[in-house]
Design a protein around this ligand. Structure first.
Ligand SMILES: C[S@@+](CC[C@H](N)C(=O)[O-])C[C@H]1O[C@@H](n2cnc3c(N)ncnc32)[C@H](O)[C@@H]1O
Length: 319
């Protein structure tokens, strides 16, 4: 196994190097069990597509073997070759010693079952908006759906697009929509362009570089979605090492976390069609936002793993 190149910071013990003798670990399951033990021992943080050490270990082992994570159970008891074992152990070691999110180590993440290319130019996709598009934008008379008919959604704007993941999920969900996607980061847009191309959506998604609505002129949209930076100053100071490997620009929402969200709320009315609406993720700032905009009937939406971290507001209610 390759030696770790970086010395441990002064005052912190270097993670112990893995010592695995040939033949000690045999099956996929053995390697996943070993990875879980190392991840827990090293007190890693799990917040990047997987939320526990087992899911993260299974993801890394499957990626090393070019398997979809859904194939893990089928192959759990299959044997690993010596060459594959080296690749897997190297990845496990890198995850522990660098504390980088697993997605950066393999340049891939799945969101709502779709694969996306990622590297350090973008935050690892994990927005709750992906799930909400499926749960709240189904149409067809579905109770609580926020659109009557997904196929009638013509124009969508994804503000702060990062890797382009939400623009791409929106393109799948709204089959007739054309989508503008904006980011201020040149590097993020390079990653987004790669993902848009790999998903065959060049003809439906246009990427723009700039500050929020600035590059869009007078464009008007049926739906605006946004997962902007929303971490407050205390949150920024407490980010785990995994998140410090991601772009600061993707997190930093100013002192109370709501700098960018306020600007989106202020300017969205100029860019929404009369029947349109805004879907925006804001993390833990719900109380602050409700206090700052008491006149706005923000509808707070829950997902499997979040409560009240995303709001919806119809254009008519934005004034
Ligand atoms: C939390 S990330 C979201 C990325 C992606 N939408 C996702 O859900 O994974 C926020 C993104 O906003 C971008 N950003 C930050 N400030 C911006 C601004 N003023 N205008 C446009 N994009 C901005 C960052 O570069 C980053 O890619």
């Amino acid at each position: 196994m390759a030696k770790a190149s970086k010395k441990a910071p002064r005052g912190r013990a270097a993670p112990k190097r893995a010592k695995v003798a040939a033949g000690e670990l045999v099956t996929l399951l053995d390697f996943v069990r070993y990875a879980v033990s190392r991840f827990v021992e090293a007190k890693l943080a799990f917040a990047h597509g997987t939320t526990d050490p087992l899911a993260e270990a299974a993801f890394l082992v499957c990626e090393a073997l070019h398997l979809h994570p859904d194939q893990f159970e089928f192959f759990a008891n299959a044997s690993i070759t010596a060459a594959e074992s080296k690749v897997i152990l190297d990845l496990i070691n890198k995850r522990v010693t660098t504390r980088k999110p697993a997605a950066y180590l393999v340049n891939k993440i799945y969101m709502r079952g779709l694969p996306f290319y990622v590297d350090e130019r973008v935050i690892v996709p994990r927005s709750f908006i992906g799930e909400l598009l499926e749960s709240h934008f189904g149409g067809d008379g579905e109770v609580g759906s926020l659109v009557d008919d997904p196929s009638a959604v013509g124009r969508v704007l994804d503000l702060c697009t990062g890797s382009g993941c939400l623009a791409i999920l929106a393109a799948h969900h709204f089959p007739n929509a054309v989508i503008d996607a904006v980011d201020i980061s040149k590097g993020a847009l390079e990653v987004a362009a790669r993902n848009v191309r790999e998903h065959g959506l060049d003809d439906r998604i246009t990427l723009h570089r700039g500050d929020l609505f600035a590059p869009l002129g007078d464009g008007s949209y049926d739906l605006i979605i946004s997962n902007p930076p929303y971490v407050d100053a205390d949150g920024m100071a407490a980010l785990p090492p995994e998140c410090r490997a991601e772009p600061k620009l993707a997190f930093d929402g100013g002192p109370d976390g709501l700098d960018v969200v306020r600007r989106i709320l202020r300017d969205a009315p100029k860019h929404l069609a009369p029947e349109g609406g805004l879907l925006c993720e804001i993390g833990r700032g719900r109380e602050l936002l409700d206090e700052a905009f008491p006149e706005l009937p923000l509808l707070w939406l829950d997902t499997e793993e979040s409560e009240g971290e995303v709001f919806w507001i119809a254009a008519a209610d934005l004034g």
